[in-house]
Design a protein. Structure first.
Length: 185
C-alpha cells in the first residue's frame, strides 16, 4: 500500500484541508498508516496533479486562504483497483520487541519501565479509540450500527486500532509480570 491509497480513503467522506487531513490521519488512519504532515501535503499535490483529487481555494477573512480536497472519480477508480489487489501480509517492526528479545542481557528495571510506558500509551490510545467509536455509533448499539450504519469502514478500522492497542497493553503487562517474577527468584 502506498500513502496515496490511505489519503484517498481518508478523503472519501468529506472535503478536507491538508491540516484537517493530518488531524484525521492522527486519529483514524494512524492505526494502520503513519505519515508526517509534510508527507501528506506532498501527496495531496501529487494526487491533484494526477487528477485523483480535486482541490479548491477557500477564501477566509481572518485567516490565510486554504485549499480543500476531495476524491475525484479517477481517485475512486484508483481505490477500487487497489482494493482488488491481494493484500500483502503485515509485519511487526517495533524497537520495544528488540529490547524484550535481549531481556536476558538487560537491566530488568529499565525494560520494565519501557514496557510500563508503552502499556500506558496503549491504554490512552485505547481510550481515544473507544471514545471515537462511541461518537461514530451515536446512540446505537454496536450490532445495530454495524448492520445499518451509513459508513462502517472507518468504524471497523478504528475497532482494529482499539484491539491492537488493547493487545499491546495486555502483552506489556504480561511481560512486566514475567520480568518481575523472574527478578524475585
Amino acid at each position: 500500500m502506498a500513502l496515496r491509497h490511505a489519503v484517498l480513503a481518508a478523503l472519501l467522506d468529506e472535503e478536507l484541508s491538508g491540516y484537517q487531513l493530518a488531524k484525521a490521519f492522527d486519529m483514524g488512519v494512524a492505526n494502520f498508516w503513519h505519515a508526517l504532515p509534510q508527507q501528506l501535503y506532498a501527496e495531496l499535490t501529487r494526487l491533484e496533479k494526477e487528477g485523483l483529487v480535486a482541490g479548491r481555494e477557500v477564501v477566509q477573512d481572518t485567516r490565510p486562504n486554504k485549499r480543500l480536497f476531495r476524491v475525484t472519480g479517477g481517485g475512486l477508480a484508483e481505490l477500487e483497483r487497489f482494493a482488488a489487489e491481494a493484500a500483502k501480509p503485515s509485519f511487526i517492526r517495533d524497537d520495544l520487541l528488540v529490547k524484550v528479545q535481549a531481556a536476558d542481557h538487560l537491566d530488568p528495571g529499565d525494560l520494565i519501565a519501557r514496557l510500563a510506558e508503552r502499556a500506558a500509551f496503549s491504554e490512552a490510545k485505547a481510550e481515544q479509540f473507544e471514545a471515537l467509536l462511541e461518537k461514530m455509533r451515536g446512540d446505537r448499539a454496536e450490532g445495530e450500527f454495524l448492520l445499518h450504519g451509513e459508513r462502517i469502514g472507518p468504524y471497523l478500522t478504528c475497532r482494529r486500532g482499539l484491539d491492537f492497542e488493547r493487545a499491546n497493553r495486555d502483552w506489556c503487562r504480561e511481560v512486566i509480570a514475567v520480568l518481575r517474577a523472574r527478578s524475585a527468584v
